[in-house]
Design a protein around this ligand. Sequence first.
Ligand SMILES: [Zn+2]
Length: 338
Amino acid sequence: MSRADLSRETGLTRVTISDLIAELIADGFVAEMGVREASGPGKPAILVDLDRAGHRIVGLDLSGSDSFIGAVLTLDGDIVVRREVALPEADDVVSTVVDLARTLVGESHAPVLGIGVGSPGVVDDRGVVVTAPNFGWAGFDLEGALRGALELPVLVANDANAAVLAEYTFGSAADDVLLVKVGRGVGSGLLASGQPMRGSRFAAGEIGHVTVGTDGGPRCACGKVGCLEAWLSVPSLTARLAEASGAAARESVLRDAGERLGIALAPVVGALDVSEIVLSGPPDLLGGALADQTVATLRARTLAPSHDGVRVRMTDQGQDIVLRGAAVMVLSGQLGVS
Ligand SMILES: [Zn+2]
């Protein structure tokens, strides 16, 4: 846009816009992009845009089952550097995360706007990990620890909550969407009218240990039987598929898991009227028979015609969804861009 366009769009005076643009250019957030092709008499307008090369974002994904992944991203969420480190012992988690972040900041070749982190577990709105059993964290101020060590703005959120932000910002997600993230565990992130839902104790979307049905099922790591996670997590699906002999038996394992997911989600769809459910995880497990059966189960268990149009699809953000969601957290936290 030109300065005149911005003035019209915002209702601010030309003088105010020029002052603000000058400040933003000096801070490296805005750049002049050359002149607009002349479309009439008069001096052609100079266009300004976000200075996409002026800053970088560092994103970290701590949700992997055998590694931590980090990346340097542009303000558009494109990954320019990607690093992976093996999952450390529980005592070394923080120092490993700090080292990974430092390496990436060193490789960013531009000022770093901030560091976004997607962590497993329940995370409150100040970046305190309320509980993350995998790392032995309870009430651990991860955001504070990283900010102290790295001296940069840090934002921490649950990995599935970060993922749904990526799908919404860079993908094609609707305003009312539930993203189910399937990995070592099962979690979800929810947007209602485009706004993240956190819940009364920051645990909105924690559907992994909801028992599905009253007919038992596989035993879960939490001690209960028939949790959604016990049906659907990657380790449990992989183990049941390994025991299945033949294509029909394998499909039946996937359909079973898809049906359980549909049973778990039907009341959510009914209560919140989400228009789509996005699946994030290994496409070979989630994409085919499993997703089809989830749709069929949802249709059978919700109110037509209000809810039978709900879509179930794989994410279009691939395996870097949490990294890109972490970048969205920094964009909105540091620049107010969403
Ligand atoms: Zn459980």
